[in-house]
Design a protein around this ligand. Structure first.
Ligand SMILES: [Zn+2]
Length: 306
């Protein structure tokens, strides 16, 4: 009798096992680029919720009440950090009352850690209206930084789900290999344009330019987050004519019409780019197709501008 009860307990335990072993990690990512990389590393072992839309400004995300519920249920929060989400995420985090993902907790992954941030000011001053007060937070448009981010994710997933760690590590290796394989292509495609200057609406392509040898340092915004003024645009137009700048890149959430006006006056081409998979056509497939698309679009526009 005793033996059969033991058997019963054992069989019940075995039946219960699959439920726990298939429980997925509940991951919330602030932006679609982070979500896309998380999916590559986590595969079907994680459920990913993305807060920002691919066509939304990552500095100013429309914080919906549903986000609080999602954050409350999360095992892990993945954010870009470097103050990218400072305007909308802290209040949501407070309201979510989830200690697992509070800043500093193991479930809170700030991906900027270990990234060599550029344009970090020597003194912090938000009074000037610059939303890049802690340095430029758009580091993920450099594919080499994507590998750092992917590493953070693999580490975080392993810490929460030890038994699936080999799978996360294998996915990380695959992701890194995909980046390395394409990086050589991307460098080759942009090599003929080394040193050329490109104008941008917002200063979100600094790290991309740095990686591929383009100078992307002329902006339609007078300061990051400050809308263009007629005076500033007149200066930009003069500089573009002087320095023979033929391409203006614009993220989908910015005012394309303004860029078109400047392009009409300078003979430049407006190129749609996105930091986020799904932000422009043909980039829905993930991070690698996104960078591929942007590299080719910029190369095409620069190639036509002679
Ligand atoms: Zn920005």
């Amino acid at each position: 009798m005793r033996f059969s009860i033991l058997q019963l307990i054992c069989s019940l335990a075995l039946t219960a096992l699959p439920v726990t072993s298939y429980a997925k990690l509940n991951v919330v990512a602030t932006t679609p680029d982070l979500a896309s990389i998380a999916k590559e590393i986590g595969g079907d072992r994680i459920d990913v919720t993305t807060l920002a839309k691919p066509t939304e400004d990552p500095h100013f995300v429309d914080a919906k009440p549903s986000f609080i519920v999602k954050l409350n249920h999360a095992d892990l929060l993945i954010e870009g950090g470097a103050e990218l989400e400072i305007g909308w995420l802290p209040a949501l985090l407070d309201q979510s009352r989830n200690p697992k993902i509070a800043p500093g907790a193991p479930g809170h992954v700030a991906c900027a850690q270990g990234v060599a941030l550029m344009e970090v000011p020597t003194s912090l001053d938000r009074s000037r209206g610059d939303i890049h007060a802690a340095g430029n937070p758009h580091y993920l448009v450099d594919p080499v930084n994507a590998k750092i981010v992917a590493q953070h994710m693999a580490n975080a997933f392993c810490a929460q789900d030890e038994k699936d760690c080999p799978a996360y590590r294998a996915n990380l290796k695959k992701f890194n290999e995909a980046i390395d394989a394409k990086l050589a292509d991307w460098e080759r495609i942009l090599a003929p344009f080394k040193g050329q200057q490109v104008a941008a609406y917002h200063n979100s392509w600094l790290y991309f330019g740095n990686r591929f040898g383009l100078t992307i340092d002329l902006f339609l915004e007078p300061k990051p987050g400050v809308p263009p003024t007629p005076t500033h645009l007149a200066e930009v137009i003069t500089k573009m004519r002087q320095d023979k700048v033929h391409v203006i890149i614009v993220d989908p959430y910015l005012n394309r019409r303004t860029a078109e006006t400047v392009a009409e006056k300078t003979g430049a081409t407006v190129v749609d780019v996105s930091q986020f998979p799904g932000g422009i056509k043909g980039t829905e497939g993930g991070y690698v197709p996104l960078i591929d698309r942007v590299v080719n679009a910029i190369a095409r526009a620069l190639g036509q501008s002679h």
